[in-house]
Design a protein around this ligand. Sequence first.
Ligand SMILES: N=C(N)NCCCC(=O)O
Ligand SMILES: [Mn+2]
Ligand SMILES: [Mn+2]
Length: 316
Amino acid sequence: MSDFNQPLGGNEMPRFGGPATMMRLPTQTSAEGLDAAFIGIPMDIGTSNRPGTRLGPRQIRDESRMLRPYNMATRAAPFDSLQVADIGDVPINTFNLPKNLDIISRFYDDVLSHDCVPLTLGGDHTLTWPILRAIAKKHGPVGLIHIDAHADVNEHMFGEEVAHGCPFRRAQEEGLLDANRVVQIGLRGTGYAAEDFDWCRQQGFRVVQAEQCWHKSLEPLMAEVREQMGDGPVYISFDIDGLDPSVAPGTGTVEMGGLTSAQGLEIVRGAQGLNIVGGDLVEVSPPYDPSGNTALMGATLLYEMLCVLPGVARRD
Ligand SMILES: N=C(N)NCCCC(=O)O
Ligand SMILES: [Mn+2]
Ligand SMILES: [Mn+2]
C-alpha cells in the first residue's frame, strides 16, 4: 500500500466511471500536504475567436481517464514519490475578466504557500499572467518555456490590456520573467508586422518559429533550452494550439503548420532536470473537439509535466 495518492486504476473501475477528477486522483479542497496539484480555471472570456475553453478543465479531466500512472517512455513514476491531488477549480467571475486577475493570483498565493507545484488545466491563456504574478512573488522572475502558435505579447486587443493575446507582454512589463531565460516555441501564422515576434527578441526572449521545427526532432533544441534555463526556477506554459490542428483541432485560434504530438512530448520531456515551479495547459475548446482527442493531448501533456517535476522517482 503506497503512502502516496494513486490514480484510480482502469482495472479497479471502468475508465468511463469513477470520480471526474484529473487522472481519477483523490480530490481535496486545498494544496496542504501536496507536492503537486492539478487545478482547473474554467474561463474563456479572454478569447478572441472561437470560445469554449471555459469547458476545457472538465473535458481534460474526463479524457485523462485514459492515463496510467507509469511513464513507459521515461520510466517516471510520479506517484511513487510525490503527493498529488486534484484540488478543483478556481471560482472565477464568469462576467468580469479583469476581476479574475486577483481571484486567480490569490488562489495561487495560497497554493504556493504550501510549497505545492501547480499544474493548471485551462481555460484561455489570459490565466497565465495572474499565475505568474503569484509564481514570481514566491520565486522571483522566472524562466519560461512557452509553446504556442502565438507570441501572446499584444500591447492590447480592442484597447484592452487583459486578453488571451496579451499575457506575456504584461508579465514582461511587470518583471515576472527572467527575459534571457524565456523561450517561445512554435510561433507561426499571419501577423500585422515583424514586430509581432521581434518585440520578443528585443526583450531577450529566444523565439523558435514553427518553420525552424519542421521535420526534425526537438531533442537538440531542448538540450539548448536546458542550457539557457540553467538552475533557476522555470515555468512551462503550453498553449495546445502550438500543436498542429491535425492533432489538436479543438481550440479557438487555429494556425496551420504546427508541431506534431511527438514534438510536444519531446519539449516537455526535455524539461527534465530543470527547476520546474509550475505549468499550465491552455486553450482546449471542447465544443470544437467532438472526439475529445485535443483534451486528451492536453491531459497527456499535463501528465508529462508532472513527470518532469523535481523529486519524481524513476522506476526501472
Ligand atoms: N490563443 C492564444 N493564447 N492567443 C491567440 C492570440 C490571437 C491574436 O493575437 O490575434
Ligand atoms: Mn495560441
Ligand atoms: Mn496562447
